[in-house]
Design a protein around this ligand. Structure first.
Ligand code: G6P
Length: 614
């Protein structure tokens, strides 16, 4: 969702802001803008445009047309007020002296707007953000205070979630940054300081960053950054070094980030798995959940959104099987309001690629309030969810840019299996032999996945046969059902084809009435134990006229080919890892279908990569 970039330094700001916003495009947006202090004219110059960032960039000659070395930029994902030039950020105060960029939602904006209108302040946009710009100016004017003090007063009045970047023509040497429940990082460059919603925006300029915590503020000047706590007392913050390759967040010759990230999965799995297996046993460095704590657990609760939730559904099957403990899995948006049965005997596992999803964050806080420990499985190092958890297992997949997650999901699956084997040893529910077998298969997983990805031409051919269908069903049982949920989501989110996933056994309770001549059913039958049942379901839908595309293991290809119209295969592996291989053909199928339908694959309509509002 909304992206923020800020720069104060010795170089021209606008090209840096536009470049940074380009790196944040993946978050999802509908308009963009920048505000830069023009030292010659001694005022802020503000430029905004609805639509793609390219429109703004063309307008400003890639930033060259805007003089000044201090500024803030923004990509907006509309919440309050439709996408339009006037609703785009930066939002400015009525005098034009204060500009604000904002990610999040000011919940009490209507009340504050009414107050300010009563004081004679008029508004031009429908946004909640304009209230912040006007309120800060109101405090400067009526209180005779400086920008930082006015922002502090404003923070005491606003409620909701926000990351804010604020500049003022009256104090043109600085940017003020504040955060609560929306991500914001600070960067220390050679010739200036940065702020951004995430590291990708500024990695070209610096690898030294500080992760702001909730309630904190910062003043950035060209020579340094001073951070403040909630009480506006100066504090020292740790500076972290980011060790990503710069190219990791760029396309590197691929047509789409999604395809690049699909192909990167074997490498991502190596990062997630290899350092954590030693002599056939799973090992987590500095893991703070003690064996006694694990032995005292009564239940595990997995909480997540989107694909991370689907990883959690696979996790439920796998963890229950390994640990013989009840595992519940819940959508974070439901969990937070369902009065969940959670206490000190429950381990809550929050899964999130970005580590910033607001619903997952709220669920995490609710779980901790109820006395549970939270273990998070997160990709983005230093993200909010990672920092608020009792323990984190990073997926180490590297930056994921395409909105539709691929390597994020597959590394989550792997980490869940690692967790199951680790806890299974502590609980004594998984024998040494079983652990060694599973560990060996985990180590073989990246190579097997490479083999699956080599079949992409065949999958592209299958996609060419079916890309014009309007409705596609995924069916499967057990982990194949869980896999179907993700396959169906991948397809619908990037190709806009209506698609649903069903547990095969549920078909006859309603869905089968939707199967008619030519309906495409993607039948998942990788789980050997239930293969015969998968075959029966294929026969069932075929006899109602469906076309069936099946996914199974190489060993079962010949059986499936007898009845299905097309077959995709994966190598045999440990049952715990079937979805880790099975997801790749489904990702590729979704990708090629979307490509053939001419969709905007990396930025599907209405979707955002990191959902930081409720
Ligand atoms: C968005 C993304 C999905 C992702 C979900 C959860 O909807 O488009 O790809 O699965 O958020 O995100 P998270 O970062 O918490 O895994």
């Amino acid at each position: 969702m909304c992206g923020i970039v800020g720069y104060v330094g010795r170089s021209q700001a606008a090209p840096i802001l536009l470049d940074g916003l380009g790196k944040l495009e993946y978050r999802g947006y509908d308009s963009a803008g920048v505000a830069v202090y023009d030292g010659g004219a001694k005022k802020l110059s503000v430029h905004k445009a609805k639509g793609r960032l390219q429109v703004l960039s063309d307008m400003l000659d890639a930033g060259a047309a805007v003089p000044g070395t201090v500024g803030v930029g923004h990509t907006r994902w509309a919440t309050h007020g439709a996408p339009s030039d006037v609703n785009s950020h930066p939002q400015v105060s009525r005098s034009g002296k204060i500009a604000v960029v904002h990610n999040g939602i000011i919940e009490n904006y209507a009340e504050l707007k009414a107050f300010l209108q009563g004081e004679g302040v008029s508004f031009v946009s429908e946004t909640d953000t304009e209230v912040v710009a006007q309120l800060v100016e109101y405090f400067v004017d009526t209180g005779g205070v400086g920008l930082l003090e006015a922002v502090g007063r404003c923070l005491r009045r606003i409620e909701g979630a926000y990351a804010l970047g604020i500049i003022s023509a009256d104090e043109p040497d600085r940017i003020i940054a504040v955060r609560k429940d929306s991500p914001l990082i600070l960067g220390y460059g050679q010739d200036g300081m940065f702020l951004a919603s995430d590291v990708t925006a500024i990695i070209r300029y610096t690898r030294e960053v500080t992760y702001m915590d909730d309630g904190e503020a910062a003043v950035l000047t060209r020579d340094g950054i001073q951070c403040y706590n909630t009480f506006m007392q100066p504090i020292e913050k740790e500076i972290a070094h980011v060790d990503w390759e710069i190219g990791a967040a760029e396309k590197g010759g691929y047509e789409h980030f999604m395809f690049k990230e699909i192909m990167e999965q074997p490498e991502a799995l190596r990062h997630a798995i290899f350092p954590r297996i030693r002599e056939g046993e799973v090992y987590f460095e500095n893991f703070s959940l003690t064996d006694d704590y694990i032995r005292g657990l009564k239940k595990i609760y997995i909480v997540a959104c989107g694909s991370a939730y689907h990883a959690g559904v696979v996790g439920k099957y796998n963890l229950e099987r390994l640990l013989r403990l009840p595992v519940e899995v819940s959508l974070a948006s439901e969990f937070r309001y369902m009065d969940p049965i959670v206490d000190g005997g429950t381990l809550v596992v929050v899964i999130s690629q970005s580590g910033e999803t607001l619903d997952s964050m709220a669920a995490l806080r609710e779980a901790r309030r109820l006395g549970a420990k939270v273990l998070s499985i997160v990709n983005v190092v230093g993200s909010s969810i990672a920092r608020e958890s009792d323990e984190v297992l990073y997926t180490w997949a590297g930056p994921e840019i395409a909105v539709a997650t691929t390597k994020g999901y597959s590394t989550q699956l792997a980490v869940l299996v690692l967790l199951g084997l680790y806890m299974g040893r502590v609980l004594g529910t998984v024998s040494g032999r079983e652990r060694a077998e599973a560990a060996a298969e985990l180590l073989a997983l990246p190579e097997k996945l490479e083999k699956v990805l080599e079949q992409r031409d065949g999958i592209q051919y299958l996609a060419s046969q079916y890309f014009n269908h309007n409705s596609i069903f995924f069916i499967g049982r057990n982990v194949d059902y869980a896999l179907g949920l993700e396959g169906s989501l991948k397809l619908k989110e990037i190709s806009y084809i209506h698609s649903e996933a069903y547990a095969s056994g549920e078909l006859k309770h309603g869905t089968i009435s939707l199967i008619e001549e030519g309906t495409l059913v993607i039948a998942l039958g990788t789980y050997e134990k239930l293969f015969d049942k998968a075959m029966s379901n294929v026969v069932e839908v075929k006899s109602r006229g469906a076309d069936v595309l099946a996914l199974t293991t190489g060993d079962r290809r010949a059986d499936m080919e007898k009845i299905a119209n097309g077959v995709m295969t994966i190598p045999s592996t440990h049952p715990l890892l079937l979805p880790s291989l099975g997801v790749a053909p489904l990702q590729l199928f979704a990708y090629y279908v979307a490509l053939m339908r001419g969709c905007d694959i990396d930025k599907p309509r209405n979707l955002a990569k990191s959902v930081t509002v409720e």
